[in-house]
Design a protein around this ligand. Sequence first.
Ligand SMILES: Cc1cc2nc3c(=O)[nH]c(=O)nc-3n(C[C@H](O)[C@H](O)[C@H](O)COP(=O)(O)OP(=O)(O)OC[C@H]3O[C@@H](n4cnc5c(N)ncnc54)[C@H](O)[C@@H]3O)c2cc1C
Length: 387
Amino acid sequence: MTSASGALGDSDLTEEQQDFARALRDYCERECGPERLKELTSGFDDLHNDDVARQMAELGWYGVAIEEAYGGSGGGLLEACVFLEETARGEAPIGAYPVTLIVAGALARFGTEAQKRRLLGHVAGGGALAIAMSEPEAGSDVGALSTRAERSNGEWVLNGAKMWCSYAHKASEILIVCRSERGESKHEGLSMVLVPRESDGLTVTPIETLGGKETNELHLEDCHAPEDALLGEPGAGWTQLMAGLNYERVILAASALGLAQRAFDEALAYAKERKQFGRPIGSFQATQHKLADLATELVQARMLVRSVARTIDSAPERMLPREASMAKLACTELAKRCAIEGVQIMGGYGYATEYPMERYLRAAVVTTIFGGTSEIQKNIIAKTLGL
Ligand SMILES: Cc1cc2nc3c(=O)[nH]c(=O)nc-3n(C[C@H](O)[C@H](O)[C@H](O)COP(=O)(O)OP(=O)(O)OC[C@H]3O[C@@H](n4cnc5c(N)ncnc54)[C@H](O)[C@@H]3O)c2cc1C
C-alpha cells in the first residue's frame, strides 16, 4: 500500500513529480537510516540539521516552491507537498522547513524585491526562517496579541513576548506579527516586521517539549529594526495572515501526512514479522482491520491535500478556508491515529524507546495543536456550513 510502491496515491502525479518523490525516498533511505539519523539529530533531540538542509539545497530541492528568479526551482505548492510528505516520511532532519516555507510564502506574496532577493535566496540555499504570532495570552485567539512595534527615528522599536516560535534558534530572521497602530477592532493595526535573530533586545529561550528542541519563547525589549523591515503594508497584518492560511494549512497537512505514512509503514512491517501463537500478528483479523482502515484513510488524506494544493496553485488568490482546514484536520488527526495504533500493534515494543514508534507518537501529538488546533479547524469548517 505504501506510496513507496507508487501503487496508491501517487498515480495522480506527473512522471516528473513521481521521479521527484522517488529521488526523495532514495535519498532518505540512503542518508537517514536509524543510526545515521541518531547522529544527525544528537540522539533524536535536534530535529533540524543545517548540513542536511544545505545538501538538499544543493540538490535543488529546498527551493522547490521558490521562484527561479530567487534561486528556487519554480515549483508550486503541489511539488512542495510531495517534498514535505516524503521528507517527513523519510525522517529527513529538516524540522525547520515547514515553518520556513510558511514565511517564504508570506515573502513571495508581500515582500519587496530586496526582501525577496535576500530571504528567498537564503531559503533556496538551505536557510531557515521563523514566524512569531502566538503569545502567552494569545494562542487560538491570535488576534489578541499585544507585542508592540512603534516607529521612532526611522526605525521600528519592538516590545513584547512571544510563545512557541518554532525553530527561531535556527532562523536567520523572524517574522514578528505585532501591533503597530490602534484599531477599532483587534484585527486592525497589526503589522509584520522581519527581525534578525541576532538583534540586540531579542532573546530566544528554548521551551522543553515532548518533541525535543523545536520551539522557543521570544522576549523583545526595545528591539530595533530598520524601517524597511516591514513586510507588506503597515496595519495590514491580519489581512496578510489570512491570505497565507490556505498555504500554511496545506504545508502542515502534508508534513503530518508523511509522519502518518511513516508510522503506518513501520506498523505494517512489524505486523508481518512479529509472530505470536505461531503466526504473524498481521494474520489476526483485528490487526488487519486496523491497518486496512488506516491505509484507506491515508489515501483519502493524500487525495484531499493534493487536491487543495492543486486548487491553490491554479488560483493562488482564492480563499479556501473549508478545504484547507479539512486537509489540516484530516492529516494531523490521522498522524495521531497512525502513531497510537502503531504503538498498539507493536505492543510493548511500540512503547519502548528502542523502536521509533514512540517518537512518531510524540511528534504527532503536537500536529493537532500548532497552526490552529483541531477544535479551531472544526469551528472554521462549521462556519462555512452556515453554523
Ligand atoms: C510545538 C509548537 C510549535 C509552535 N510553533 C509556532 C510558531 O512557530 N509560531 C507561532 O506563532 N505559534 C506557534 N505555536 C503556537 C500554536 O499555534 C498554539 O499553541 C495554538 O494556536 C493553540 O494556542 P494555545 O496553545 O495558546 O492554546 P489555547 O488557545 O489556550 O487553547 C487551549 C484549548 O482550548 C481550545 N479552544 C480555544 N479556543 C477555542 C474555541 N474558540 N473553540 C473550541 N475550542 C477552543 C483549543 O482547541 C485547545 O484545546 C506552536 C505551538 C507548539 C506547541
